[in-house]
Design a protein around this ligand. Structure first.
Ligand code: CAA
Length: 285
């Protein structure tokens, strides 16, 4: 197994900043990279706020929070990831963007490093094929909110080596997460099951089975889920849900994965969910 000390994160959005926070709190040195300075600065200050809130709630001490924060360096230059032992990419869920990032990471980061993607549905085998080190490319799929959710779904691409897979399993466990193993088929395990449930809830709304509020209440109270499926869709982002449904539909070529027209319409209208205040429900921004 490889010895991992310095972890690079690509993307300071809601997933990247959560991964950076948890990595730093579990003793890793972290380099958080985002090409967009505004996003980088916002992500960095968000981590500080989260660490401070944890101190107020008595989850960890002020000293632990200060130490964790001091382990995170931020940069807008990908070249600063060069000495990382592991880089976890958490950019927007767009295939061409991820391919481009991995091509660039392959040039920028030392050859022995592992390159992981937090993709929720894009093929790890295809991402790996854009690099000259496919044996060292793997999926590490964290759940949102990263500091709260206990799972990392590990995805093994066709060429991923045992050493790479076992290393990221150990890193995930050191980060306090349970690691499950999935093969590289569309949606892996979590989204293969979760997204059709969400899509079916949208169909139920579309067909007038019940209101959005009642669908969520029914599933929350009737099946003991912390959020109803439409509320969860808003939380994940309706654009992301649609992107994942498209991956399932294209990749598995089965009409049972057909994205609901209402989901497509909401995304076309710019209703992305909680992140912009309007999805199946309305939120205070
Ligand atoms: N970052 C850090 N901590 C957070 C947080 C965030 N963004 N949001 C909530 N928390 C913490 C709170 O601080 C609180 O901690 P304490 O109990 O220690 O005080 C705890 O979570 C509970 O929060 P709240 O009391 O504010 O709210 P809640 O009880 O309604 O829980 C929730 C919020 C944890 C998000 C809960 O509703 C939940 O578990 N929802 C389902 C989340 C889920 O399914 N996520 C996976 C989505 S799928 C995915 O991510 C993968 C994909 O590919 C699409």
């Amino acid at each position: 197994m490889k010895n991992i000390q310095l972890v690079g994160i690509v993307g300071a959005g809601q997933m990247g900043r959560g991964i950076a926070q948890v990595a730093a709190q579990t003793g890793y040195e972290v380099v958080l990279f985002d090409a967009f300075k505004n996003s980088l600065d916002f992500g960095y200050s968000f981590i500080k706020t989260q660490l401070d809130k944890g101190v107020e709630k008595g989850k960890w001490s002020a000293d632990e929070a200060t130490k964790a924060y001091s382990r995170i360096k931020i940069t807008a230059e990908m070249a600063d990831l060069k000495n990382c032992d592991l880089v976890i990419e958490a950019a927007t869920e767009k295939k061409e963007l991820k391919f481009d990032i991995f091509k660039k990471l392959d040039e920028a980061v030392k050859p022995e490093a592992i390159l992981a993607s937090n993709t929720s549905s894009i093929s790890i085998t295809e991402i790996a094929a854009t690099t000259k080190r496919p044996h060292q490319v793997v999926g590490m799929h964290f759940m949102n909110p990263v500091p709260v959710m206990k799972l990392v779904e590990g995805i093994r691409g066709l060429e991923t080596s045992d050493e790479t897979f076992n290393t990221v399993a150990a890193v995930s466990e050191k980060m306090g997460k349970t690691f499950v193993r999935a093969q590289d088929y569309p949606g892996f395990a979590v989204n293969r099951i979760l997204m059709p449930m969400i899509n079916e809830a949208v169909y139920a709304l579309y067909e007038g089975v019940a209101t959005a509020k009642d669908i969520d209440t029914a599933m929350k109270l009737g099946t003991n889920q912390p959020m109803g499926p439409l509320e969860l869709a808003d939380f994940i982002g309706l654009d992301t849900c649609l992107a994942i449904m498209n991956v399932l539909h294209d990749g598995l070529a089965d009409t049972k994965y057909r994205p609901c027209p209402l989901l497509k319409q909401y995304v076309a209208a710019g209703r992305y969910g909680r992140k912009n205040g309007k999805g199946f429900h309305i939120y205070d921004k």
